[in-house]
Design a protein around this ligand. Structure first.
Ligand code: GLA
Length: 367
């Protein structure tokens, strides 16, 4: 039986799993930090963060993780290029370290991501006809999902397969060119067979925008019509300053209306509103935010985080919310789309809680 997130979160509480740390000692000095983030939301959904195996070897980072979160996801070490750089030659150490740490500390694990065009090693598609590609994919997905069966409660089976604004309905990836949308079905079927109890997700970015959401929902409709065993949609929600609640709520409502589970999978709130050219070729990117502007941004950011969490609480279909990283110092947004100091997460570079964290644990706080 697949266990819905809210039920599982309740179980975690009832069993005391993951709640053993003394939250009075939560790192940082922002008022409100003594309340653990996960405890503030445990009646509603699981709260997680992306981590690396290297981070889990650093006590200051594991203390922060243990103080505030009940769920983890691997930032990149459970992707195919890391687990299977060559066919059949698996390198499990980093992924195992994350799953083992989670088990030892009462954390749940989201699996991310079985198929992603950016992390597909060449051998998957090299010289293969459809039959060979299907065999390789089925074997890989089966091997990975079976290894973590019962320890990973949800997998992003496919990541970013829906077209972006410049594409059509589907991303024109090497997978798509080799197998149309069948690779998506093959991956979901293999995952479902390997762990029938695991929740299986299609994960994508930009669902806070109406045009992308429409393509995601029509993708879901056609995949389900094709019998693809999909349980939920992962909304990456890589947001930026100025994001309103409307786009968030529309995305969560659309998925709920389709009868699917919602997960917020990669939440962060960038300090920068860049034009498309910044992402395309690094031109006209917003200049690095100055110290004088930072306090105003942090207040604005706190309201965006609160809007996302409140929208999630109001919708029982939302079973997990994860931030893409633990603290500002290790966020991917310091290097993407250009090198620039960014401040996208709930904890600062010294791992101290920011106003955004306070906004999530103290309802009376007005940023
Ligand atoms: C996408 C992917 C993530 C990660 C980020 C950048 O959102 O889904 O796995 O690679 O990009 O860090």
């Amino acid at each position: 039986m697949k266990v819905a997130g809210r039920v599982a979160a309740g179980l975690v509480l009832a069993l005391g799993i993951g709640c053993g740390q003394d939250t009075a000692d939560a790192p940082g000095s922002e008022p409100g930090a003594q309340v653990a983030l996960r405890d503030a939301w445990s009646d509603a959904f699981a709260v997680g963060a992306a981590v690396t195996s290297a981070q889990l070897r650093r006590p200051a980072e594991t203390a922060l993780l243990g103080a505030h979160f009940d769920t983890v996801v691997s930032e990149y070490e459970m992707k195919a290029d890391r687990i299977a750089p060559a066919e059949g030659a698996y390198t499990w150490a980093a992924a195992d370290a994350i799953v083992d740490h989670a088990a030892a500390h009462g954390l749940r694990v989201r699996g991310h991501a079985l198929v992603w065009h950016q992390s597909t090693p060449d051998w998957f598609l090299a010289g293969g006809d459809r039959k060979t590609i299907r065999e390789r994919l089925t074997r890989y997905v089966g091997d990975v999902v079976s290894r973590y069966r019962g320890r990973v409660f949800a997998w992003d089976v496919v990541n970013e397969v829906v077209g972006g604004d410049a594409d059509g309905q589907w991303r024109d990836s090497a997978w798509y060119r080799a197998a149309g949308t069948d690779y998506i079905r093959w991956a979901f079927e293999a995952a479902s067979e390997a762990d029938p109890d695991c929740l299986l997700f299609l994960n994508d970015y930009g669902t806070e925008r109406e045009t992308k959401l429409a393509r995601v929902m029509s993708a879901v409709e056609s995949l389900r019509a094709d019998g693809v065993p999909i349980d939920g949609i992962g909304h990456q929600f890589h947001l930026r300053r100025g994001q309103t609640a409307e786009g968030i709520e529309r995305a969560l409502d659309a998925v709920a209306a389709a009868g699917l589970v919602n997960h917020v999978t990669e939440l962060d709130v960038s300090a920068y509103r860049d034009p498309g050219s910044c992402f395309a070729d690094g031109t006209d990117c917003a200049p690095q935010i100055g110290d004088d502007e930072l306090p105003a941004f942090l207040r604005e950011q706190a309201l965006v985080y609160r809007a996302v969490f409140d929208a999630a609480r109001a919708r029982p279909s939302v079973e997990a919310v994860l931030t893409w990283g633990l603290h500002d110092g290790q966020s991917w947004l310091n290097g993407f789309p250009i090198e620039r100091v960014n401040h996208p997460l709930l904890f600062d570079r010294e791992r101290r809680p920011k106003p955004a964290l306070r906004a999530l644990v103290d309802a009376a706080y007005e940023p």
